[in-house]
Ligand binder design. Structure first.
Ligand SMILES: Cc1cc2nc3c(=O)[nH]c(=O)nc-3n(C[C@H](O)[C@H](O)[C@H](O)COP(=O)(O)OP(=O)(O)OC[C@H]3O[C@@H](n4cnc5c(N)ncnc54)[C@H](O)[C@@H]3O)c2cc1C
Length: 489
């Protein structure tokens, strides 16, 4: 069986490994020089930055892929857990740490949020239930068409995952302090969405961080992508870097093969598109060959949010900084409203990841600050990259983090860079947003409805964005091609 994979992100690599391990002849084409897609190492002047996934959850998902590639997961991926994993700072001076240490969480809640203190245990149970329902019914399957949603089991389970209430509404049932609710609402950004619109189903993300934990890989999270490449080579995947797929050919409704930027043609029984579907499909397939995915339909989808990122290598270590550190905006609702209308927030929530706090080896000389604020998907209103960067530094300075006086290395990436580097539709991080119920539960299907043998994996399709999810997506598609997924109706 011949397989061509368009894109070497985590989704494409994981699909490649599973298929090649079962004897398929797999060719994977990546337009960039590096594999791993948005999980991209930036190594400059003694500083390592993980562009993309900084917060790692569900480590077993990554371990499984490495194991399939015949490698030893503990050797390849030395995961470590951070117990008090996220420092949340608010404009009123309050500081609240998210942690998997239950006694510590209760101690903090007792002081600031008596309702949250009382409901903490039941909250943990409910988010775990939401996760388990999702895991059972959504995470390990592909979606091929609307008939998939007609399964009675799935329909029943869908009604049980709080699809009709927003994340913000759900969190308010358990907590009363606006700061705690704001910090929880931030989980909607993990799927590029707005907490006042996205269904409460996605509150299951809190389960991953509050119950299971936040992890990092010693030596850099980008070791995940490196280990996937090693695993892929180990099982015989043909990897082509710096090679763009320029066209997907079909005949009589079945895929035939792909053409690359080198002018080569490769026959394929199956083609898996890992690049952002909303961008790749119009680029690679004539509109006349995709009646179920015309340009108009693709363009009508609301994109997930993008990011404005500054990677700053410092000549010092700022002791106040934690590995995952947030400075929340004054008015979260306003921040999302501003983004929705294509503007950058003047009072944005700022996320800093300084992995050198847990692993000094990644940046021995000074801190490696990965600074991220939410950004609108393109096109956005007039925007000055330099001025916005200075504004972020000023806000950090006001919060007691004098980063701008200590910069030795700096790299900025905005939505244009994200679009151009990864082929991300309108610079969005995860393809379509999950703001509406329709888009949240009916993401573009994994199997093309237009062409036999054409599949989609990665953040823009099922089960959704976030690095463990895209890895599952690749696995699900591979298993479906191998005939290993049997849907329980
Ligand atoms: C700033 C930022 C922060 C993030 N933070 C986190 C986090 O903390 N935790 C987390 O879990 N996730 C995070 N994510 C999300 C995570 O990075 C993505 O969900 C995941 O890496 C996407 O993987 P993917 O397989 O869907 O595709 P991608 O990584 O998008 O890879 C697709 C690849 O396809 C290639 N491609 C596209 N078209 C073609 C073509 N025609 N020919 C050849 N190649 C092509 C692209 O170049 C790209 O490399 C973050 C993302 C960003 C950008």
């Amino acid at each position: 069986m011949k397989i061509a994979i368009v894109g070497g992100g985590l989704g494409g690599l994981s699909a490649a490994i599973t298929l090649a391990k079962e004897g398929a002849d797999v060719r994977l084409f990546e337009q960039n020089r590096h594999f791993g897609g948005k999980m991209m190492a930036v190594d400059e002047q003694g500083y390592h930055f993980d562009f993309g996934p900084n917060t790692i959850t569900m480590p077993d998902v990554f371990r499984d892929v490495v194991k399939q590639g015949g490698l030893h997961p503990d050797e390849e991926l030395p995961f470590a857990k951070i117990t008090h994993h996220t420092r949340n700072e608010f404009k009123d001076g309050m500081v609240f740490d998210f942690s998997t240490d239950k006694a510590y969480m209760k101690e903090q809640l007792a002081m600031v949020d008596p309702k949250g203190y009382r409901h903490y245990d039941s909250f943990l149970e409910e988010i775990e239930r939401l996760y388990e329902m999702s895991e059972k019914h959504f995470l390990h399957r592909t979606f091929s068409g609307f008939k998939d949603y007609l399964s009675p089991t799935l329909a029943r389970s869908m009604t049980q995952v709080r699809p009709l209430e927003s994340m913000n509404h759900f969190f308010k049932k358990y907590f009363s302090h606006p700061n705690i609710i704001q910090a929880l609402n931030r989980y909607s950004t993990y799927i590029g969405s707005n907490p006042y619109q996205a269904p409460a189903t996605f509150s299951m993300i809190a389960h991953l961080e509050w119950n299971d934990g936040v992890f990092f890989v010693r030596g850099g999270n980008t070791k995940i992508a490196e280990s996937f490449v090693k695993a892929a080579e180990n099982v015989g995947v043909h990897l082509y870097s710096g090679t763009k797929v320029t066209h997907i050919y079909s005949s009589k409704g079945s895929v035939q093969g792909v053409e690359t930027s080198e002018g080569d043609y490769y026959e394929a029984d199956h083609v898996i598109v890992n690049g952002d579907l909303l961008h790749a499909v119009p680029e690679l397939i004539h509109e006349s060959e995709r009646s179920k995915m015309p340009d108009k339909k693709l363009q009508s989808m609301d994109p997930s949010i993008s990011a404005f990122v500054v990677m700053a290598g410092l000549d010092t270590k700022i002791s106040r900084l934690k590995h995952h550190h947030l400075l929340f905006s004054h008015d979260y609702k306003r921040e999302f409203n501003v983004l929705k209308h294509g503007y950058y927030a003047d009072d944005p929530t700022i996320y800093l990841c300084t992995s050198s706090k847990s692993d000094p080896s990644v940046s021995p000389e000074g801190d490696n600050c990965f600074i991220l604020v939410n950004a609108p998907a393109l096109p956005n209103h007039q925007f000055d990259k330099e001025a916005y960067k200075s504004h972020i530094y000023d806000l950090l300075g006001e919060a007691g983090l004098p980063i701008k006086h200590h910069i030795r290395y700096e790299k900025v990436m905005d939505p244009h860079d994200i679009k151009n580097t990864f082929g991300a539709y309108r610079g969005s991080l995860y393809g379509p947003s999950s703001n509406s119920r329709m888009q949240a539960f009916m993401r573009p299907f994994n199997k093309s409805q237009d062409m036999d043998g054409l599949w989609f994996c990665g953040g823009s399709t099922h089960p959704g964005g976030g690095s463990p999810m895209v890895v599952l997506s690749g696995q699900n598609v591979a298993n479906q091609i191998l005939g290993k997924i049997v849907h329980i109706e």
